[in-house]
Each structure stands twice: as C-alpha cells, then as structure tokens.
Design a protein around this ligand. Structure first.
Ligand SMILES: Cc1ncc(COP(=O)(O)O)c(C=O)c1O
Length: 273
C-alpha cells in the first residue's frame, strides 16, 4: 500500500476509511473538541481556538485511527514489524494483541523506557537501536524473519485512517480559517489536510508544526525531495530520521493540500496561503 501516490486519494476512500475507523473493534474514540480560553492568547488576538483532545484515545494518541484502518486491511494472524518512538508502537501492539498477530517494534534508544515496557506488556517484541539504525533493523526483520513492514507514517491506509480526525473536526468546526497539526513523519498532517481539502474547504490554511531540531518535513519542502537528518528533539514522536518518503510529501504538496510548515527560520518560498 505504501507505494500508492497521492492522486489515488479521493473523498470516497477517506469516507470508507472513516467508517472502518468508527466501527473498528479497537474502540477508536470520537474525541471531544473543546473551546480554548481566549486568555491563552494575547488579548489583542481575536479568534476562537478549538482543540481536539486526541490524548483521550485508548492508547493515548491519534495513532489508533490509522492503525485501525491498517489492521482492518491486513490478514489476521500476520507477523508484522514497525519502527516507532512509542505512540504508534503502542497502538500497533494493542492491535496485534486484539487481532492475534505477532510483531516487533523497533524503537530508538532515546525513546522513554516506559513506552517499551508498555508495548511489551501487549505481547509485542521490542528492539532498541540508535535512531540512525531504525530502517536497517526493520529491513533485517523483513529479509531474515519474513515479517511484513507496517509503516508508522508513510502508508496510505494509515493516512486515510488519520483523515477521520479531520472529518470529525469539520463536523464540529465547519470551515475553519486555520488548522494547526503537529508533524513528525507527516502521516497525521497528510491525513488531516486531505480530509479538509477534499471536503471542499479550499480557503482553510493548514499548518504543520515540527521541532526546530527535527525539521525533516520543512527541509524536504525546501529541497523538494525527502531528506534524512540526525533529528534532535525532546519530542521523540516528532523526530523521525526522515519525513515520509513516498506519501506524506506528495499529499502535503501544494498541488493538493497547500499547507505550510511552521519553523523558526520560516521561508516564504514554501508558504502557500
Ligand atoms: C503525539 C504525537 N503527535 C504527533 C506525531 C507525529 O505524527 P506523524 O509522524 O504522523 O507526523 C506523533 C508521532 O509519533 C505523536 O506521537
């Protein structure tokens, strides 16, 4: 699935994924969207701010949405491997247990130990490696142990599952002026942006935000190709060694999505309002 390109994404595909997510046996929560107090912003700024509380998902993050759609479209009882700093790994391991599948999460050594412990408690294997060795370890599992790789951000089923978040948001806050999404590999940003743009909200500006020390998507846009870097950030979930290679970048690309990546050294040439 990861080889598909952005032009296969249609509103019908996203609606089907949303239904899969809604009815998933993994129990994906329709999270509340709350109004944020105006006092959180300078008084001169007049706007309504809404926050979608994805931390209330059963596995603690939005990742369960994409995972629900990925696992619904893979055979039960498979043997899977993924790489994750923790949040995707938690949802992946939770799904493995539910679907009676086996699997391994390859984690960066910098990820909190508590996350490995939790992932192992679901019955998944954990291998901790330096960040630069993540992909090599995954490839070895595929080659030598015949495991199927499930990507944690560069996968069409995952992105379509994450799009359900954008669809729920539009039902609660129709036609928003601006949507701000955190960005690691770009799977969430791609899904939310696809949902918003394909739903016809062409005026909505979508901003991806990533850590200064892990600005892989920003740099990929600037160089017009996916780049790898030694990412450094305490936000380990937002610091994969590269932005999505085949899917997120074209999804987020101006021809379809028109977001901007906010970064301290923001460069106007990649700003598409
Ligand atoms: C809490 C949280 N937010 C955002 C992200 C980034 O998601 P993506 O890699 O799809 O951009 C992650 C990734 O692990 C995460 O754990």
């Amino acid at each position: 699935m990861g080889e598909a390109s952005a032009d296969v994404v249609t509103l019908d595909l996203l609606r089907a994924a949303r239904e899969t997510v809604r009815t998933s046996p993994l129990g994906v929560v329709r999270t509340p969207t709350i109004s944020w107090s105006q006092t959180a912003l300078p008084l001169s700024v007049s706007c309504d701010v809404h926050i979608k509380l994805e931390n209330l998902q059963r596995t603690g993050s939005f990742k369960i949405r994409g995972v629900a759609n990925q696992f619904a479209r893979r055979p039960r009882g498979g043997h899977f491997v993924t790489m994750s700093a923790g949040n995707y790994g938690k949802s992946f391991a939770y799904a493995l247990k539910h679907y009676g599948s086996k699997g391994k999460v390859v984690m960066p050594e910098t990820a909190p130990e508590s996350r490995s412990v939790l992932i192992e408690s679901f019955g998944a294997e954990v291998e901790r490696v330096p960040t630069s060795g993540l992909m090599t370890a995954v490839q070895r599992c595929v080659r030598e142990e015949n495991m199927t790789f499930l990507h944690s951000y560069d996968d069409l089923d995952l992105i379509a599952g994450h799009a359900s978040l954008g669809m729920e948001l539009l039902e609660e806050v129709p036609g928003p002026d601006v949507v701000v999404v955190c960005c690691g590999g770009g799977g969430l940003l791609a899904g939310v942006a696809a949902a918003i743009k394909l739903s016809g909200c062409h005026k909505t500006r979508i901003y991806g935000v990533e850590p200064e020390g892990a600005c892989t998507m920003f740099t990929s846009f600037r160089e017009n190709k996916p780049v790898w870097m030694e990412a450094k950030s305490v936000a380990s979930g937002l610091a994969p060694p590269s932005a999505g290679q085949s899917l997120p970048v074209p999804f987020i690309h101006p021809s379809i999505i028109l977001p901007s990546i906010i970064h301290p050294s923001f460069h106007p040439s990649i700003h598409h309002p």
